[in-house]
Design a protein around this ligand. Sequence first.
Ligand code: NAP
Length: 311
Amino acid sequence: MSKVYDVLIIGAGPAGLSAGIYAGRARLSTLIIEKEKDGGQIVLTSEVENYPGCLEGESGPTLVDRMSDQAKHFGAEKVYDEIVEVKLEGKEKVLIGKKGEYKGKTVIIANGATSKPIGCPGEKTFTGKGVSYCATCDAAFFEDFEVFVVGGGDTAVEEALYLTKFARKVSIIHRRDELRAAKSIRAKAEANPKVHFIWDSVVKEIKGDGIVNSMVIENVKTKELTELVADEDDMTFGIFVFIGYEPKTKIFEGILDIEKGYLVTDENMKTNIEGVYAAGDIRVKSLRQVVTAAADGAIAAVQAEKYVETL
Ligand code: NAP
């Protein structure tokens, strides 16, 4: 018979790892199940400067490495598997993965969100061949090249600034004529001579021959289409897409309460099923940050501990 853990945690991002630290430290038998690699979206971030106590020059991956070590130190186990089905009703919860089945008295769902695609022709074909969703991962490929950043939020502008360390020119394509990004971030971009703006525009098609070499954009006000073609010497350019995230809640549909794609919890991270909690970007909340994800994870683990005591 397979082990029944006190706490099963789906996802090893800041929310899941923080839950692992708190659950492990409370001496609960804890298993973190991560689909591919620890960290969630924060590992896509080149610079973290607003997590309390983070080091100067801290990157997403370095911060997450220390969180992972801390969870391990407190005894949380980890397995790499993708959960494809869940059975959450009743006292024994079952998570079915591609590699195995996991049983727990409680479940903390912290599997976050994925990058939202533009959805235009060519985007899928050229992903990894010029189209990227991660500046930290791919910026170095564009040393001295031209790159375009799609989006106008904090992520797009922060990552555009990071890209200026590599690319010779960074153009932000935004669908409005005003950035959504916070004032402080916006000011840095406006002051950077490498950063340019293409306002009121959306990407309609990405083209290439093996790798990206052009892109069609549309001015949403005039409906004018423009084809941006790679410089003759470069033959290619980068397109970095940061237009928000989509929560990964598909497997919970019809089981847990969902609002606009996000899991609904109370302030104690409780979902509509007893012993099941959600933490981090996957849940309905007003601020999706590492610090709020970590806080959610801690609260969920403490609630799980209280619930386990009642069994
Ligand atoms: P976001 O705030 O949702 O911004 C998404 C951006 O993409 C917006 O500018 C939006 O345009 C644009 N967009 C959305 N769908 C689009 C589409 N289909 N085509 C073209 N453009 C599209 O996402 P985010 O920047 O990833 O940030 C997510 C959360 O993390 C936010 O709460 C943000 O504050 C936070 N964050 C904080 C920091 C920090 O504090 N340092 C860093 C990164 C992220 P509109 O503006 O027209 O809607």
